[in-house]
Write a protein that binds this ligand. Structure first.
Ligand SMILES: Cc1cc2nc3c(=O)[nH]c(=O)nc-3n(C[C@H](O)[C@H](O)[C@H](O)COP(=O)(O)OP(=O)(O)OC[C@H]3O[C@@H](n4cnc5c(N)ncnc54)[C@H](O)[C@@H]3O)c2cc1C
Length: 394
C-alpha cells in the first residue's frame, strides 16, 4: 500500500494513524477532518472543561513531536463527501480528491437534534465548539437549565451545571435513565446521584416541544407540563456519521457494517470507533475507539481479516463527584449483587459500591461507583474469563 487515508481526525482516527506507523506503514498517510481542530479528547467537554476546571490545552490528544513523527498530511476543516465504489478515491467537500490504496473510516457520530434546536439557548454537546458555546453561556450568570435526556452525556452535563450553581432539571422519557446500560436495579441507584446533586429528575415523560421565538423560554412535556428554561441541553444520543458514504458500496445500518476485525465489505476499507458496527455491535465509548484501530490496521495492511477484536466492553462516567465504571456484557435476565459498599437513601453510599452481574453462577459484568481498585481487579478477571467472586477472595 502506498497511500492510506484516515477519514475523521479525532480519537479513533489518531489511534489509527499511530498504529499505521507503529505497524510499519511508511507510505503516504493522509488524515481528513471536518473540524478545524487537531485531535482533542471529548470526555472532558461535559466534565472539567465545562466547569472551567480545565482548559483547551488540556484537551489535546497529541503534541508537536508526535505530529512530526507521524509524518501525515493533515487536511483539516474539510469534509469528506464521498468514497468511490471501489474505495480507491476519497472525494472532498472543496472539490479535491485523494487517490488511495486503503481507507480507515473514523468519522464518529453527531449529536441527535430536536426540532427547535436553532433557538438561542439550545445546545447539543459533541464538539469543542459546542462546549465553548455552552461554557460561555453558563458563565454569564445563574440560569434555569433543562437537560433533555438522562444518559451519560445528559447526566454529566447536568452534574457540571449544578456544580456551577445553576438550577437544573433533567427530563428522561423512560421510567429511569441508564436502564439499558446498567439494568433497572443499578440504574435506580445511580439515578439517586441526581437527587444528591440537587438536580430534579423528571422521568416517564417525553418532550412535546421547545418553547420560544428567538431564544428558548421553556420545554413543553408530553404530559402537558411546561418547564421554564433559559438554557436547554439536548442529550438524546448520537447518530453515526455515515451520510458521506451514501453511494459507496459499503453496507450502512446504524454505522458502517464490519466483520469482527473492523473490515468492511471492501478489504481495503476498515472502520473504527463510534461510526463502526463491529461484528454487530456499535459502541460509543472511548476505550473501544482506542482499542479497535490496532486490529483494524493489522487487517488493512494484511488485506484480509487476520485478527478479530473482542474486547470486554468498558466505559466510565463522572457525575456529581462520583466515578461510575462498568465492564462486561450483561443481559436483562442477569441477577445483580452488591458485594462491597452499599446504598443509602436510594443512592450509592458515600464510600461507593461494587456490584456483580451474574448468570448461571458466572459473573458477566461489574459495576463500580468510586471503588476503582476492586473494579480494576474484577475487570481483569472478567477479561480472563475467571469468575470474579473467586478472584476477589483469592
Ligand atoms: C461530551 C462527551 C463526553 C464523553 N465522555 C465519555 C466518557 O466519560 N467515557 C467514555 O467511555 N466515552 C465518553 N465519550 C465518548 C467518546 O468521546 C467517543 O467514544 C469517542 O470520541 C469516539 O471517537 P471517534 O474518533 O470514533 O469519533 P469522534 O470523536 O466523533 O470523531 C470523529 C471525527 O470525524 C469528523 N468527521 C465526521 N464526518 C466527517 C467527514 N465526512 N469528513 C471528515 N471528518 C468527519 C468529526 O467531526 C470528528 O472530528 C464522550 C463523548 C462526548 C461527546
Amino acid at each position: 500500500m502506498r497511500t492510506v487515508t484516515v477519514v475523521g481526525a479525532s480519537l479513533s482516527g489518531l489511534y489509527a494513524a499511530r498504529e499505521l506507523r507503529a505497524q510499519g506503514f511508511d507510505g503516504r498517510l493522509v488524515v481528513v477532518g471536518d473540524e478545524p481542530h487537531r485531535p482533542y479528547d471529548r470526555p472532558p467537554l461535559s466534565k472539567d472543561f465545562l466547569t472551567g476546571r480545565s482548559g483547551e490545552d488540556q484537551l489535546a490528544l497529541s503534541d508537536a513531536e508526535e505530529t512530526t513523527e507521524l509524518d501525515a498530511e493533515w487536511l483539516l476543516g474539510v469534509r469528506a463527501r464521498g468514497l468511490d465504489v471501489r474505495g480507491r478515491t476519497v472525494l472532498l467537500g472543496d472539490g479535491r480528491t485523494v487517490s488511495t490504496d486503503g481507507v480507515v473510516i473514523a468519522t464518529g457520530a453527531s449529536a441527535r437534534r430536536l426540532p427547535g434546536c436553532e433557538l438561542a439557548g439550545v445546545h447539543t454537546l459533541r464538539t469543542l465548539d459546542d462546549a465553548r458555546a455552552l461554557r460561555a453561556e453558563l458563565a454569564a450568570g445563574t440560569r434555569r437549565v433543562v437537560v433533555i435526556g438522562g444518559g451519560f452525556i445528559g447526566a454529566e452535563t447536568a452534574s457540571s451545571c449544578a456544580g456551577l450553581g445553576h438550577d437544573v432539571t433533567v427530563v428522561e422519557a423512560a421510567p429511569l435513565p441508564l436502564v439499558p446500560q446498567l439494568g433497572p436495579e443499578m440504574a435506580a441507584v445511580c439515578a439517586g446521584l441526581h437527587r444528591r446533586g440537587g438536580v430534579d429528575l423528571v422521568t416517564g415523560t417525553g418532550v412535546a416541544g421547545l418553547r420560544g421565538t428567538v431564544a428558548v423560554t421553556g420545554v413543553e412535556l408530553a404530559d402537558g407540563r411546561l418547564l421554564p428554561a433559559d438554557i436547554v441541553i439536548v442529550g438524546i444520543g448520537a447518530i453515526p456519521n455515515t451520510d458521506w458514504l451514501a453511494g459507496s458500496t459499503l453496507a450502512l445500518h446504524d454505522g458502517v457494517l464490519c466483520d469482527d476485525g473492523c473490515v468492511t465489505a471492501l478489504p481495503q476499507v476498515v472502520a473504527v470507533g463510534d461510526v463502526a458496527r463491529v461484528g454487530g455491535t456499535r459502541a460509543e465509548h472511548w476505550t473501544s475507539a482506542t482499542e479497535q484501530p490496532r486490529v483494524a490496521v493489522r487487517n488493512l495492511l494484511a488485506g484480509h481479516t487476520a485478527e478479530t477484536v473482542r474486547p470486554l466492553p468498558y466505559f466510565w462516567s463522572d457525575q456529581y463527584g462520583a466515578r461510575i465504571q462498568f465492564a462486561g456484557r450483561r443481559l436483562d435476565t442477569d441477577t445483580v449483587r452488591i458485594t462491597e459498599g452499599g446504598v443509602t437513601d436510594d443512592a450509592p453510599d458515600e464510600g461507593g459500591l461494587l456490584a456483580l452481574y451474574e448468570r448461571d453462577g458466572r459473573t458477566t459484568a461489574v459495576l463500580s461507583v468510586d471503588r476503582p481498585r476492586p473494579f480494576m481487579r474484577a475487570r481483569r478477571e472478567l477479561g480472563r474469563g475467571v469468575t470474579v467472586a473467586e478472584a476477589a477472595v483469592s
